[in-house]
Write a protein that binds this ligand. Structure first.
Ligand SMILES: *Cc1c(COP(=O)(O)O)cnc(C)c1O
Length: 403
């Protein structure tokens, strides 16, 4: 039946109590313990009324049946699927995001003069939801993602949803699409919040209307069996970000501008590009969509954020926190490309994943950290700690469980 005009209001707020935080000592023990002895994160139960509001009586639809198991075997990493619902809120230039909620997933229309299409006024976010064996769904650091979207919105002269609207919007969208969350062994639900200036303009000026939209799509695991080290190439000409630019926010324009470097790197057999700073062409910054870390003699170093050319990754933050709890010294500082050739291990972090680096090529020099195997000792240890949190085996601040 046609329900295209069915913007469904959702009952807010869901309970938002974060899981209780534990002391550093017990967290360290938990991070290192065998999975079976770990305490599960405190669940947050969404009330029946909230959930019913997503599919109110009177709206007949076919979005409740379980998906066939074979669905999960066709998931790609770059194959967006049309799921059941998306979340849409609108705002005018000087107002707040007031109207909106869940509606059926469908194509959206743009005026050809939409500011986002012509001048790139837009911000993305990216999160993941994982399914636990008991069927509950884990989400991480929702507030941080909401805050980061607000920082980006300010940089791009856009009104932004409040952190609470962001958090509740993500939860509602995930719950409404819960049948699309794959079993943990098959993948995860990719969550994409977008904030765009969709109103029409004829010259460079902020849009008169803005849309906050969240869509989701299931995604297959990047690599069967977890860790798959990558080969990076240092980009010597194209820069991802410049001082005073928008490299520290997830502005949509940042990504189109580095496609060229990315495509060329892939054509030459590399997994991704490592960018250098644009002033000295000497200090490493990050890859296309992930932060970078070096390990040398039990000290872990990562480029500092203060130049404003590096995206403050939420995974970066978690890994720094976990590494310190596990007793490593972590330094945030300038890291020159020369240090790549001295490091014991290198790994990247982004979108809740830690990926070991197998090799880095800079001009005609190549350094290999691993010939084979899943990654260095430190990378593997931190990866395991991060995965245990994501599987709900370790309690860690910022985890939210949807029942
Ligand atoms: C999203 C992104 C990251 C990683 O951020 P997370 O919050 O860890 O997912 C790193 N660098 C860039 C350029 C990004 O866009």
């Amino acid at each position: 039946m046609a329900i295209s005009n069915s913007t469904l209001s959702i009952a807010l707020p869901f309970p938002t109590t974060p899981s209780s935080s534990s002391s550093s000592q017990s967290l360290k023990q938990q991070l290192l313990l065998a999975p079976s002895s770990l305490r599960p994160a405190a669940p947050i139960t969404t009330s029946a009324t909230s959930r019913r509001a997503v599919t109110p009586s009177g709206v007949a639809h076919d979005q409740t049946s379980e998906l066939p198991d074979t669905t999960w075997d066709t998931l790609g990493i770059n194959k967006p699927m049309s799921t059941d619902y998306m979340f849409v809120m609108k705002s005018s230039k000087d107002a707040n995001f007031l109207d909106g909620g869940l509606q059926r997933f469908e194509k959206i229309e743009f005026n050809p003069a939409a500011c986002v299409l012509n001048y790139g006024q837009g911000i993305i976010e990216e999160l993941k939801a994982y399914k636990k064996p008991d069927g509950s769904i884990l989400l991480f650091h929702l507030e941080e993602h909401g805050l980061r979207m607000r920082t980006g919105a300010e940089r791009l002269c856009m009104p932004a949803p409040t952190v609470e609207q962001f958090v509740e919007g993500v939860k509602a969208t995930v719950l409404a699409n819960r049948r699309w969350v794959p079993p943990r062994s098959k993948g995860f639900l990719h969550i994409r919040p977008l904030l765009i200036g969709n109103g029409p303009v004829l010259s460079l000026t902020p849009a008169p209307e803005f849309t906050f939209l969240i869509y989701v799509s299931p995604m297959g695991n990047y690599f069967e069996g977890g860790l798959q080290p990558i080969n990076l190439v240092v980009e010597n000409e194209i820069h991802r970000a410049v001082r005073g630019g928008a490299g520290s926010v997830k502005a949509i324009g940042n990504y189109g501008a580095i496609l060229k470097a990315q495509v060329d790197a892939k054509a030459n057999g590399f997994s991704d590009v490592l960018y250098l700073d644009s002033v000295h062409n000497r200090y490493i910054e990050e890859t296309s969509t992930a932060n970078i870390f070096l390990v040398k003699d039990n000290v872990i170093s990562t480029p500092a954020l203060h130049e404003g050319t590096i995206l403050p990754g939420i995974t970066r933050n978690s890994v720094i926190e976990i590494a310190r709890i596990e007793g490593y010294q972590v330094e945030e500082r300038l890291v020159s490309f020369e240090e790549l050739f001295e490091a014991d291990e290198v790994f990247c972090t982004g979108n809740a994943v830690l990926t070991p680096v197998r090799s880095i090529t800079y001009l005609d020099k190549r350094v290999s950290y691993l010939e084979t195997g899943p990654g260095g000792v430190v990378s593997q240890e931190l990866h395991r700690a991060l995965s245990n949190i994501q599987m709900g085996l370790t309690e860690f601040g910022g985890t939210v469980t949807l029942k």
